[in-house]
Structure formats: structure tokens, C-alpha cells
Design a protein around this ligand. Structure first.
Ligand SMILES: [Zn+2]
Length: 124
């Protein structure tokens, strides 16, 4: 038996702060995966104010328009990469990873030293 039913669905949407494009997490258009989210807290003498929270969400089109002239783009195969980033992100976590990191009891020394992988592959 078939029936027509109405369902309400909650979807996570990221809205580009520049152009207003809605990037839906469940869409298959690739916009969600290509978005750029910036979130950090300004440090001492920051251009954004001491301790202020700075956040930005951009769609890939606005990233290209605004930052494209300054970006270094290297052709590569994502499945067999031949190039590594000049500087791998350290202590950069997705939301779910950050929560896990913050839950772990750690000493102050460990917090400043970063996770184990940072100690194995120091950048500096
Ligand atoms: Zn945009």
C-alpha cells in the first residue's frame, strides 16, 4: 500500500558570509565539501582585537574570487598524492575532534606540545 505523507526534515546549512549561497550538508552538489570555514580567537596585539572571536564561512566561488590571486594551486592525484602541503596543519581539529581533545585529561605541558603525532613529526 502506498500513501502520501509529509515529513519535516532538519538539515544543516552553511551560508556564505559574502554571497549568501546556502551550502547544504546533505546535497550532492559538492558546495558543502568545498566551503571554507575560518574560526579563531585573536591573540595579543591581533588586528581583530585581543581575545576576540573571528569567524567566516565562504563558498568555494567566493574563496576563488577573494583569495584566488594569493593561492598556490598544485595539480595532484588525491588517491596517489605526489605533493604534500608546505606546512601541514597542526592542532587544527574538526568540531568533533576538538571536543574529544578537550575531554582528555592532559597536563599543561601536553597542551603546549600538541598531540603525539606533532611530537613524532615536528614542523620546526
Ligand atoms: Zn559565496
Amino acid at each position: 500500500m502506498y500513501e502520501d505523507r509529509t515529513f519535516s526534515v532538519v538539515q544543516t546549512v552553511c551560508i556564505c558570509d559574502r554571497c549568501g549561497l546556502e551550502m547544504r550538508q546533505v546535497a550532492l552538489d559538492g558546495e558543502w565539501e568545498e566551503r571554507l570555514t575560518v574560526a579563531f580567537r585573536g591573540g595579543y596585539h591581533s588586528e581583530f582585537g585581543d581575545g576576540n572571536l573571528v569567524e567566516l564561512d565562504l563558498c568555494q566561488h567566493c574563496v576563488r574570487d577573494l583569495l584566488g590571486p594569493f593561492m598556490r594551486i598544485t595539480q595532484d592525484d588525491p588517491f596517489e598524492p605526489r605533493h604534500k602541503p608546505a606546512y601541514e596543519a597542526r592542532r587544527a581539529y574538526q568540531d568533533y575532534q576538538l571536543r574529544e581533545q578537550m575531554r582528555r585529561p592532559r597536563s599543561l605541558v601536553d597542551l603546549f606540545r600538541g598531540p603525539e603525532r606533532d611530537r613524532e613529526n615536528p614542523v620546526d
